[in-house]
Write a protein that binds this ligand. Structure first.
Ligand SMILES: Cc1cc2nc3c(=O)[nH]c(=O)nc-3n(C[C@H](O)[C@H](O)[C@H](O)COP(=O)(O)OP(=O)(O)OC[C@H]3O[C@@H](n4cnc5c(N)ncnc54)[C@H](O)[C@@H]3O)c2cc1C
Length: 481
């Protein structure tokens, strides 16, 4: 066991695990933990690790019912898979063709940037917009525009440039869907800064997006997403296995902390146990960090409490192959907003991922939306009925499923509301008075798994630098005495 400073990581979701991996120096193969490496304890309130990463055995397949795909464009996740020797288990989708459900299912154009299609040809062919919607979107090329001088919602910017239909049928299902939120509430600076950059480059949003991406909107080079063939829980399991020196404390929730004069913090766990730490990394949802910091830093706690969360449900269903006369070709569909539907998306899991193909067809639907608990408050029976009614309408799927199961994620997806980045600055400023505490995870700088991994790693690097700085100054003091 290392004799170095003691770092307690709170939260065993992917951000906390990535921070632990980095702190342990395990990302550098040659760097065995030394006496100066920190001693690491990880506290997890639940009995399992992974948080919103959760793979379940469903229809004899490893189905990710939380996060399922790693965004290839953000390198941290794929790099971590390589460091862990999981690169051979990474798989690309067998189909990357999604549809959007408006009146019926329409194929989404392939060249999109932040949900904005490249010119009108692909869009006309898709049938997603009505002729009026197309004409309105075309005004973007004519109507003069200026970048917003302050943060606004994605909705207000896109509705102004491209009209309501582009927002509700393309951008909201894609960008709002990632957050289970509404683009009329989400911050353009935090969620889609490319839209602001585009309007800085050109008066038109479409032309500006082309300009900042060097000509035309990028055709996808290689897969946009990847996953692990045994499910993303494999990443969690491998991290747990590799971090043998970490002290794992499961079913251990941190309740509060207080700074200790002279440095470090005293931690109180639910149940009353006390721990001491030289540094604490809170890799928990913002509302949990708010509760922990309520006494030690009320200003930061109040800001953290202000980050709203969406609760969602995932509904897994399996069907006999004969239920789909023409088979399923594509990765699934997103649902256009404002049409009173229960589901927000449906992944055709066994068609999208080759490793999930089998004798039966597996579909995975999502329900639940920020600010609207109608779907998640239904009991399982009611929710399943509503989901099947949507599938009957969207896909003409009227066969009874062989298996069906509901999984719930309460307060799972943080909402980056207008002013989110300023809120993060205020949290950082308040926490500068508590240098022994750091925050990381989905609430701050990106909700995707890859962003959470990057945030956990960057936080660990800062903690290591500050611990090194502290030990250097202790050594200097000792020498000068
Ligand atoms: C249904 C769903 C589908 C998604 N799909 C994708 C996808 O396909 N691709 C993608 O990139 N992202 C996806 N996401 C988003 C992504 O999964 C999450 O944003 C990410 O996993 C969050 O990681 P995290 O470590 O920040 O937080 P979490 O996963 O929330 O982990 C936080 C951990 O902290 C623990 N905890 C809380 N309070 C305490 C306490 N007081 N003491 C100790 N422990 C505590 C919790 O139990 C939890 O384990 C999805 C999310 C959901 C809900």
């Amino acid at each position: 066991m290392s004799e170095g400073p003691h770092v307690v990581i709170v939260g065993g979701g992917i951000a906390g695990l990535a921070a632990a991996h980095r702190l342990a120096g395990a990302h550098r193969a040659a760097d065995a933990p030394s006496s100066t490496s920190p001693r690491i304890t990880l506290l997890e309130a639940d009995r399992r690790l992974g948080g919103n990463i959760r793979t379940e055995h469903f229809a004899e397949r490893p189905l990710d019912i939380g996060a399922e795909a790693l965004l290839a464009r953000v390198p941290a996740a794929l790099e971590l898979c390589h460091q862990l020797g999981l690169e051979h288990d990474l798989v690309a989708p067998a189909s990357e063709q999604p549809y959007v459900w408006t009146d019926r299912l329409h194929p989404l154009p392939s060249r999109l940037m932040a949900g904005v299609p490249d010119g009108s040809q692909a869009l006309i062919g898709s049938g997603i917009l009505s002729p009026i919607g197309l004409a309105r979107a075309g005004l973007d090329l004519i109507v003069p525009g200026r970048p917003p001088t302050r943060d606004v919602s994605i909705g207000s910017l896109v509705r102004r440039r491209l009209g309501d239909q582009v927002l509700e049928r393309l951008i909201d299902p894609l960008l709002g869907g990632i957050h289970a939120g509404s683009c009329d509430e989400l911050s353009v600076r935090a969620v889609a800064p490319q839209l602001v950059a585009a309007l800085r480059a050109r008066r038109s949003l479409v032309r500006g997006l082309r300009a900042i991406s060097g000509g035309s909107l990028p055709a996808p080079m290689g897969p946009t997403f990847l996953t692990l063939s045994d499910g993303l829980q494999e990443l969690v399991r491998t991290l747990r296995e590799r971090l043998a020196a970490v002290e794992w404390r499961m079913a251990s929730a941190l309740e509060s902390l207080e700074p200790v004069p002279g440095g470090g913090a005293r931690l109180t766990l639910a149940g009353g146990e006390i721990l001491s730490a030289d540094h604490v990394i809170l890799a928990v949802p913002a509302f949990a960090a708010a509760a922990i910091l309520a006494a030690a830093c009320p200003q930061a706690a109040a800001e953290l409490e202000g980050i709203a969360y969406a609760s969602v449900a995932t509904i897994a269903l399996s069907y006999p192959a004969e239920a789909f006369e023409r088979g399923l070709v594509g990765s699934g569909f997103l649902v256009a907003r404002g049409r009173g539907r229960t589901i927000t998306a449906c992944t055709w899991s066994s068609a999208k991922w080759a490793h999930l193909a089998g004798d039966t067809v597996v579909l995975k639907c999502s329900a639940g939306h920020a600010g609207n608990r109608d779907a998640v408050d239904l009991d399982d029976e009611q929710l399943l009925r509503a989901v099947r009614a949507d599938l009957a309408q969207a896909m003409n799927l009227r066969t009874e499923p062989l298996l069906q199961r509901v999984f719930r994620f309460e307060r799972a997806l943080p909402q980056y509301a207008v002013g989110h980045l300023e809120r993060i600055e205020r949290i950082d400023a308040a926490l500068s008075r508590l240098p022994e505490v750091s925050l990381c995870g989905a609430a701050y700088r990106g909700v995707g798994v890859a962003s959470c991994i990057g945030d956990g790693q960057a936080t660990a690097d800062r903690v290591l630098a500050s611990l090194r700085g502290a030990s250097d100054s202790v050594e200097r003091e000792a020498v000068s005495r």
